[in-house]
Structures are given as structure tokens and as C-alpha cells.
Design a protein around this ligand. Structure first.
Ligand SMILES: *Cc1c(COP(=O)(O)O)cnc(C)c1O
Length: 360
């Protein structure tokens, strides 16, 4: 069997050790005589899985006791609606638009109230993050929303907005668990799991308790954070398999990788190899302002779109797959989440340099 280096932005690579554990437990989980895919979500076996998964996330991300953690279907995109439906108590919210997903989140929120785009990096095609200390926030905004890592444009925040009395909401779909996070800076963090955590099919939300219980009566049951969180994500049948896989990945990050500070060091070193290479030659180009470069999604172009195509085709044939950039930006994008091994990046750089020499 030859596993490829998969640079997909999501769904994306999972740690091989985790896949092997899932494989070993696939037919019979523990002494249950059943697969996790088959068991009742009300069984003691699954109860053990969901409790362990929640506790594992709490420990790994250092989530304080006054935050609840919940598992939701509908992906991160459903969170774009759930956030305003539950949190827009003043009828207004501030959004910083730094890429495609924050733009979509702002558009969705505008269905439910007044959305103020208080900052945007659209003027330079989302190649930077606005200075959050210079933004004029709306004094009675219910919350401020950011997308912490811009999956498509390859940028990331170095500093996040902090306004006394206004909760910060962050979409961390593409960088959660890649580094430590100070949860206290946020009122709510959400992420789709299919980028850096688990297979597709679930989002996780971490919600400060004082923000709960404020949704209007007519908010659909499944769109109300309080419904799901009060029932420990068991109001209805939860995405059992995704919860199980999330638990395995969290356990792996904590106990095999040694926690998020270690993971962050590895991710920084991995990204440095690629950015250093990009900066060392003129054939490939990364358009992002250096200060805001993402450690997870590295975008680059070759001299022209036909060459990009040739590069992606030859790379795929050599075992480096899903390097084509998002249709909004073109070029290439290497998503190098936690599960991409350092040698995958080193080998990609070698391949890029061979390609450069052959085509310059
Ligand atoms: C992928 C992604 C989304 C969309 O996630 P879905 O689970 O497909 O709804 C939203 N935000 C960010 C930052 C993403 O990377």
C-alpha cells in the first residue's frame, strides 16, 4: 500500500496511527461486540466515548469550566447561522472580512440583523489581516466575528480583537488544535472538524455559559445552542462516528504528540521549510504579507496558469495530491495540517525545486 501525501484543504489527512486504531477497533469496540458505527448512542459504550472526547478537548485546548463544548451537524457553515440566531441580542454584530468564509459568515448573519463590516482586507485580495487595534467597533454590537485562519487565502491573525464587554466569536475550522489557544479571549469558538481533527460531518462549538439562553423563542430547536449543550450533545442522535474519531485524534495530540505547544513547534518548523523555499527563488511566488502567513494553508503560484496546471498534474503523479488552489485564487495551495508529516513537506519542496529546474 502506498499512501500519498495529501495536501487537501479538507477533508484532509488524519494521523496514520489514529487510522490504524480505528481500523483495529472497527469490528468490535472494546468488549462491546459491535462497531462504533452500529452501537446505540444511548449505550454505556458510547456514553464513555462522548464523555472522554469532551474531556479530551477540554484538556487539550485548556477550556475553562465556564465554557460548554458541544457537537453539531451542519458543518461550520451551519454555525454561520447559529451564531447570529443565538447571540445577536442587540440586533447588531461586527464582522471582520478577511476571506471567503468570513464573508459568507457575514452574509448569513445579515439575514438576521444588522451586520457591520468593520474591517476588510479585500482591497489587497485578502493577502493580509487588518490591524485589529485600529478598527472602530460598534459600541452596542452583540459580538465581533472573525475567521482566525483563512483557509483559501492562506492568512492568519497574530492578534485578535479584544473589546471590553463585547464577546469575540471565532471560526477556527482550519487551525484549531494546531497550536495553543487562549479560550478566555473568546465568547465562542467553532470549527468544522474535517480540516484538522476528524472526518467530515461535524462542527464543535465552545461557548461561554453566560451567552446561552438568549435565543428568541422561534429559533429552531436544532439551531439553539442551549438545546444541544444542556443535553450534552445528546438531544438527538449525535454524529457518533465523528465524535469517536475526534476522541482518537485528541488523545493522539495529547499523549503521542505531547500537547499543542509541541504540535505548534512542529507546525512552525514544517511551514518554515516551505516558506523559506518560496522566498529563496523566483519561479514560485507566495502573495501573502509575511507577518500574516498561515502555518496551515500555504498558497503559491508558478509563472503562469498553464504552468500551475502542469505542476499539479506532475505533482499528483509523484504522490503529492490535491495541490490545486481554490477556484477563487487559482495557483496552488499546500494544506499542511497536523497530520502532514514533516517529510511530506520536505519531499514536496524537493519536488518543487526539481520542477523549477526542469521548467525554467
Ligand atoms: C472549510 C471551512 C468552512 C466551511 O466548513 P463546512 O464544514 O464545509 O461548512 C468554514 N470556515 C472555515 C475557516 C473553513 O476552513
Amino acid at each position: 500500500m502506498a499512501r500519498v501525501y495529501n495536501f487537501s484543504a479538507g477533508p484532509s489527512m488524519l494521523p496514520e496511527a489514529v487510522l490504524r486504531t480505528a481500523q483495529a477497533e472497527l469490528l468490535e469496540y472494546g468488549t462491546s461486540g459491535q462497531s462504533v458505527m452500529e452501537m446505540s448512542h444511548r449505550s454505556k459504550y458510547f456514553d464513555d466515548i462522548i464523555v472522554k472526547t469532551e474531556a479530551g478537548i477540554r484538556k487539550l485546548l485548556n477550556v475553562p469550566d465556564n465554557y460548554k463544548i458541544g457537537f453539531f451537524q451542519g458543518g461550520a457553515t451551519q454555525q454561520f447561522a447559529m451564531v447570529p440566531l443565538n447571540l445577536m441580542t442587540t440586533g447588531k454584530a461586527d464582522y471582520l472580512v478577511t476571506g471567503n468564509f468570513s464573508n459568507l459568515a457575514a452574509k448569513e448573519a445579515a439575514k438576521f440583523g444588522q451586520v457591520n463590516i468593520v474591517a476588510s482586507s479585500k482591497d489587497r485580495n485578502f493577502t493580509y489581516i487588518p490591524d485589529v487595534t485600529k478598527v472602530e467597533y460598534t459600541p452596542d454590537a452583540s459580538y465581533i466575528h472573525i475567521c482566525h485562519n483563512n483557509t483559501i487565502f492562506g492568512t492568519t491573525y497574530q492578534q485578535v480583537p479584544q473589546v471590553e464587554g463585547i464577546p469575540l466569536v471565532a471560526d477556527m475550522s482550519s487551525d484549531i488544535m494546531s497550536m495553543p489557544v487562549d479560550v478566555n479571549q473568546y465568547g465562542l469558538i467553532y470549527f468544522g472538524v474535517q480540516k484538522n481533527v476528524a472526518p467530515a460531518g461535524m462542527a464543535v462549538a465552545i461557548v461561554r455559559e453566560d451567552l446561552l439562553g438568549k435565543a428568541p423563542e422561534n429559533v429552531p430547536t436544532m439551531m439553539n445552542y442551549t438545546t444541544i449543550l444542556e443535553k450534552d450533545s445528546m438531544y438527538n442522535t449525535p454524529p457518533c462516528w465523528c465524535i469517536y474519531m475526534t476522541g482518537l485524534v485528541v488523545d493522539y495530540l495529547q499523549n503521542t504528540m505531547g500537547g499543542l505547544e509541541k504540535m505548534h513547534e512542529i507546525n512552525k518548523a514544517k511551514a518554515k521549510v516551505l516558506y523559506d523555499y518560496l522566498d529563496s527563488q523566483e519561479f514560485f511566488h507566495n502573495p501573502v504579507e509575511k507577518e500574516y502567513r498561515s502555518l496551515m494553508n500555504v498558497t503559491f503560484t508558478s509563472p503562469d496558469p498553464d504552468m500551475d496546471k502542469k505542476f499539479c498534474a506532475e505533482a499528483a503523479a509523484a504522490g503529492f495530491v490535491n495541490l490545486k488552489g481554490h477556484r477563487l485564487v487559482g495557483g496552488m495551495r499546500a494544506s499542511i495540517y497536523n497530520a502532514m508529516p514533516p517529510e511530506g513537506v520536505a519531499k514536496l519542496v524537493q519536488f518543487m525545486d526539481d520542477f523549477r529546474k526542469a521548467n525554467s
